[in-house]
Design a protein around this ligand. Structure first.
Ligand SMILES: [Zn+2]
Length: 314
């Protein structure tokens, strides 16, 4: 897989987004400084520090962090990296800068999704239509609304390499969160897919999953999925409910059914989805129905132990 020089991808799974490390020379030596794009989920922070420390060597500091967007699985390691590297400069897309600055929990996605993200600071903004140096290469910053209204893409034109965040995966794209809030964002997803087609990347580093090169096929799959969601928004909402529950299972690995249903009852997005998808059922029964779907599809397993029902991540 051809990546631009000085680029290393940490492929991490679904709880933590992939991290992309650029081994630029330190600023003290005239380089742009080693940089990491996306920092994973909070509970994986120790692993994030270890991956960066091992790749850079313990005498070289990470100097820059960039986030494609501010979902908990992409910036959950920011705080730990800032503590480990006090000189670190963190750059975020500008859309939520004020919210992050004041850590306005109800406006950030962490409380509504019931996910964790330790408070972090930022020093710079990752503005669309600007460029930055990563791995001694010039990367373009493009706005990529849809999955997240404030997300950005990074594109290296000479190597036709795209850092896509959750705007495009090898098989689909991330939940279109603004749609859950009643905003129309499917058309933004479509425009972002058009932008990716225009950029014509040969290599895509997605937010989750392996690096891939069959980009036209991935775009075709993403558009088919989008068409399904546009025709049937309930299908998208149901998918979102399963994603939210699966994410917590990934975090907890094993949890009693009672505790999981308590989390469902406390999590604003789950409550909204219940109202949209099954208001005739109790919240508990609706939550159990989503769990049943996860078990049926093989994404979770049920176990009875000590007269309690448990759910296991699979
Ligand atoms: Zn995301």
């Amino acid at each position: 897989m051809t990546l631009p020089p000085n680029t290393q991808v940490f492929e991490r799974g679904w709880l933590s987004a992939n991290g992309i490390l650029f081994t630029d020379a330190p600023r003290s030596q005239g380089g742009a400084g080693p940089a990491l794009v996306d920092t994973g989920y909070a509970s994986h922070s120790a692993q994030t520090l270890a991956l960066v420390g091992q790749a850079l060597g313990h005498r070289t500091d990470l100097e820059r962090v960039f986030n494609t967007h501010l979902h908990s699985d992409h910036c959950g390691g920011n705080a730990a990296l800032q503590a480990r590297y006090p000189q670190l400069v963190t750059a975020i897309p500008p859309g939520e800068a004020e919210t992050i600055q004041h850590w306005a929990c109800d406006q950030l996605s962490y409380a509504p999704t019931g996910q964790e993200c330790p408070r972090f600071s930022f020093q710079q903004l990752l503005q669309a239509n600007t460029e930055l140096t990563l791995g001694a290469q010039r990367w373009e910053v493009h706005a990529a609304p849809g999955h997240d209204p404030h997300a950005v893409l990074l594109f290296q034109p000479d190597h036709a390499c795209l850092i896509a965040g959750d705007a495009l995966w090898e098989n689909g794209f991330g939940v279109v969160f603004p749609e859950l809030d009643g905003a129309n964002a499917f058309d933004c997803v479509a425009s972002t897919l058009d932008l990716i087609e225009e950029l014509a990347p040969r290599t895509v580093i997605p937010g989750h999953g392996r690096v891939f090169q069959e980009v036209p096929m991935a775009l075709q799959r993403a558009r088919q999925r989008l068409t399904q969601f546009v025709r049937n928004p309930r299908q998208h909402r149901h998918y979102a409910a399963k994603v939210l529950l699966k994410f917590k299972l990934l975090e907890w690995q094993k949890i009693s059914e009672t505790a999981l249903l308590q989390w469902v009852a406390q999590t604003p997005y789950c409550r909204t989805l219940h109202q949209q998808l099954g208001p005739e059922q109790s919240l508990q029964d609706w939550g159990l129905g989503v769990l049943e779907d996860l078990v049926r599809s093989g994404a979770a397993q049920r176990q009875t132990q000590d007269e309690q029902r448990w759910l296991l991540n699979v």
